[in-house]
Design a binder for this molecule. Structure first.
Ligand SMILES: Nc1ncnc2c1ncn2[C@@H]1O[C@H](COP(=O)(O)OP(=O)(O)OP(=O)(O)O)[C@@H](O)[C@H]1O
Ligand SMILES: [Mg+2]
Length: 407
């Protein structure tokens, strides 16, 4: 590629008529101070936390709700305000916010807690090193630090289900039980946030009952609520009259149909605006929302497939190659592909599970078809474009020889 072409791209980016007045407003880190339609949830969380300003231990709290329903945003807003108020009143309550998905392992969660609480700087004896301690020892050090100093602590663990999925609920058990040894001079309260509605089933009954002293469910946003959330963002983020009402309505309708997810609605709008800018358009028309939808879906499907296990990838290939799409044929093709790449095949039962998972992820569709006197059978079809599938599998060197055989 010549330098001229690159020069042009960068120069156009600067010169190009920008539609977005403030890009920050459309990023995931931006949280509006006032979150519409979440007054009740905000009030309940704030009331729960407020007892700590009088020295009492707030109830543990579990927040549930589908992705993009405002859980993280509401909690962060309440915590910020709470920290402001407690500082103003000179009351020390330590609030530690950890995202368990980002921290990734139970040990990392403990390490982050120790860092956030400054334990590693001010209490050498109780340091939680970056690696090296057992989970039990790391937990004990944090608990000892809290006990010695009689601290009042609130741990907020966002995406708590990913912690439990990977490392079980031992840490949560230890934290919820620790209050017994503090003998009411210090305390730990836990706020857990999860987008898995079945999260509680994974917990030991003892942890379940202590962790969910109180529960709040965040319901999906309705289409008209998404419209209002979007309109508010549009006013802050875009120049006047750049985003039409039709565009906002379409965006809300798409995100509303798909789980009432505010993140998805905002992402659609941002990506649509970026496409409109590249197109040098003066408005973000509805057509750009459609294009953004394709782009986002393509990107997510691509990432999901790329990060799947080899067997899941082979199952997808088998479905793509299958002619009649019934489970038996898919399994046969899957087994022969496994042989081809020297991989031992999994049982038919496991493959049926994988097929169900792929169905839930929306990568395939499964329909029961009536075949008259031959009875009923399942018809499995791939729903992502074959080009996306090919592209996502291309990097897997184990599969590169068989990927080229689909068309
Ligand atoms: N009521 C609201 N008003 C304005 N913006 C909102 C509202 N609710 C959510 N948002 C915005 O939608 C996006 C997603 O919200 P948030 O991250 O809080 O979702 P979540 O429920 O934590 O999702 P997940 O379960 O995937 O973590 C954020 O950009 C947030 O600012
Ligand atoms: Mg969240």
């Amino acid at each position: 590629m010549s330098d001229d072409i690159l020069d042009n791209i960068f120069e156009n980016a600067v010169k190009g008529n920008s539609l977005i007045k403030n890009r920050k407003i459309l990023t995931i880190d931006y949280i509006p101070h006032k979150l519409q339609f979440r007054d009740e949830e905000t009030t309940t969380i704030a009331q729960t936390l407020s007892v700590s300003l009088k020295g009492a231990r707030p109830s543990n709290l579990l927040l549930f709700g589908k992705p993009g329903t405002g859980k993280t945003a509401v909690v962060k807003n309440v915590i910020n305000k709470f920290k402001e108020k407690s500082t103003e009143l000179g009351i020390e309550v330590i609030v530690v916010f950890i995202n368990a998905k980002i921290a990734n392992t139970a040990y990392k969660v403990l390490y982050e807690i120790a860092e956030e609480m400054n334990i590693n700087k001010i209490d050498k004896k109780n340091q939680v090193y970056f690696t090296g301690l057992s989970l039990g020892e790391a937990t004990n050090r944090i608990l000892d630090f809290i006990k010695k100093r009689q601290l009042h602590v609130i741990f907020v663990i966002d995406e708590i289900d990913s912690l439990v999925d990977k490392n079980g609920d031992d840490i949560l058990y230890n934290f919820t039980r620790a209050n017994e040894q503090f003998q009411e001079v210090g305390f730990i309260s836990l706020i857990g946030i999860s987008n898995s509605l079945t999260f509680k089933d994974k917990l030991d009954p003892r942890v379940r009952s202590s962790l969910s002293e109180e529960e709040i469910v965040f319901n999906p946003y309705k289409i008209d609520q998404l419209q209002k959330i979007l309109s508010e963002r549009v006013k802050l983020a875009f120049y006047d009259d750049v985003v039409t009402e039709g565009t906002i309505n379409l965006c809300a309708a798409i995100a509303g149909k798909d789980n009432g997810d505010a993140r998805k609605a905002i992402d659609l709008l941002r990506v649509a605006a970026e496409i409109a800018e590249i197109d040098k358009d003066t408005k973000v028309h509805e057509k750009y929302i459609r294009l953004a939808q394709h782009k986002i879906e393509k990107d997510t499907n691509f990432e999901i497939i790329k990060n799947s296990t080899t067997h899941t990838k082979i199952v997808l290939l088998a479905i793509a190659k299958s002619k009649n799409g019934n489970t038996g044929e898919v399994y046969e093709i899957y087994s022969s592909l496994c042989k081809h790449v020297d991989n031992e095949s999994l049982t038919q039962r496991r493959i049926t599970q994988i097929i169900n998972e792929l169905d839930q992820l929306g990568l395939i569709s499964t329909n029961i078809v009536n075949q008259g006197r031959y009875g009923r059978s399942q018809k499995i079809k791939i729903t992502v474009p074959l080009s996306t599938l090919k592209e996502a599998l291309f990097d897997d060197h184990l599969l590169s020889t068989i990927t080229t055989t689909i068309d």
